[in-house]
Design a binder for this molecule. Structure first.
Ligand SMILES: NC(=O)C1=CN([C@@H]2O[C@H](COP(=O)(O)OP(=O)(O)OC[C@H]3O[C@@H](n4cnc5c(N)ncnc54)[C@H](OP(=O)(O)O)[C@@H]3O)[C@@H](O)[C@H]2O)C=CC1
Ligand SMILES: O=C(O)C1=N[C@H](C(=O)O)C[C@H](O)C1
Length: 278
């Protein structure tokens, strides 16, 4: 394929658990060109992104911690498609990363969780002003979209629901971005869940989880041995309806990531959630 048809991609967080998978997926996609691999971890500086990702051949793309120069470089590649920055970094840095990318006209595809609603609104305003597409996707797996759709359907008939999300214990943020998004979707159904029928006392603070909008409770479990899992449990008199999604390998997210890279070029504003681009 001629260069002008290739989408230049920068992977931010390239040495991380998700970044390595994205590097492999981008390297294998015929319409994408890995132009930059960014990561702040000192032990990976200068190493080849393909080798760090576990590919047998080097990609000749060294990992650096210089995001802004890389954004500038890709923005200057006028003979190619507009550039895309895929971000799987850390809740503390993702807001600044997105703003920087948009400022350079590079489209962000963001998997990093932990952005506040205020930060997302601010980024939406910034993307609107710049007429630049931006995708923030709390969960790139198709199975989670289907779980959320089933939960929305069930919420019409059940008035009691709690969410349990279970993740590996290297996860920085709690609750997970997916659990927050799922609770938001149910809260938008326009009713209050879990009306108390007794006065509850928490003998240990947090025992009943956190309370999101419309009374929806979220419980977060962190254990080695887990990857990413979520249950949405509905209760009514005499019955329980449980929805569960399990991620057993991070390759589950890659079809969604590749779809988002291609779709973000067609957007002129910020879109939140994989279900909006399927
Ligand atoms: N949307 C989705 O479907 C999914 C989202 N996620 C989210 O993606 C994020 C990353 O997850 P995961 O890959 O497991 O995390 P990891 O900790 O394995 O990887 C993150 C990588 O980013 C690096 N990093 C941290 N800060 C910066 C920065 N400012 N600039 C560049 N690199 C940086 C880290 O370096 P160092 O280790 O030195 O800090 C690390 O190498 C999390 O928020 C997670 O919740 C995860 C899976 C799926
Ligand atoms: O940190 C993770 O691993 C994951 N984070 C995302 C989240 O917070 O929802 C998506 C998925 O659950 C994996």
């Amino acid at each position: 394929m001629a260069n002008q048809n290739l989408i230049p991609v920068i992977v931010n967080g390239a040495a991380g658990k998700m970044g390595r998978e994205v590097i492999k997926a981008v390297a294998q996609a015929p319409d994408l060109s890995l132009m930059g691999a960014i990561d702040t971890s000192p032990e990976h500086q200068g190493k080849d992104a393909g080798e760090v990702a576990g590919l047998s051949e080097p990609l000749e793309v060294p990992i650096t911690n210089q995001l802004e120069p890389m954004l500038g470089y890709v923005a200057g590649e006028r003979h190619m498609q507009p550039g895309v920055m895929v971000d799987f970094t850390h809740p503390d840095s993702v807001y600044d990363n997105i703003r920087s990318a948009i400022a350079y006209g590079i489209r962000p595809v963001v998997g990093t969780t932990g952005l506040s609603p205020e930060q997302i609104q601010d980024l939406a305003d910034f993307a609107d002003k710049a007429s630049t597409g931006c995708l923030i996707i709390p969960n790139f797996s198709i199975g989670m979209v289907l779980l959320q759709q089933a939960a929305i359907a069930a919420s019409q008939y059940f008035d009691h629901v709690e969410i349990i999300e279970l993740h590996h214990n290297q996860k920085a943020d709690a609750p997970s971005g997916t659990a927050i998004q799922t609770a938001q979707m149910l809260a938008e159904m326009g009713k209050t869940f879990n009306q108390p029928i007794v006065k509850e006392t928490e003998k240990l603070p947090g025992a009943r989880g956190s309370v999101a909008d419309e009374g929806i409770r979220i419980h977060s479990v962190r254990l080695p041995g887990l990857i990413a899992h979520q249950e949405v449990i509905f209760g009514a008199l005499g019955q329980i309806y449980t929805l569960r999604h399990d991620t057993s390998d991070r390759t589950a997210y890659m079809p969604g990531v590749l779809l988002a890279i291609r779709k973000v070029l067609q957007l002129k504003s910020l879109v939140y959630g994989l279900e909006k681009i399927l």
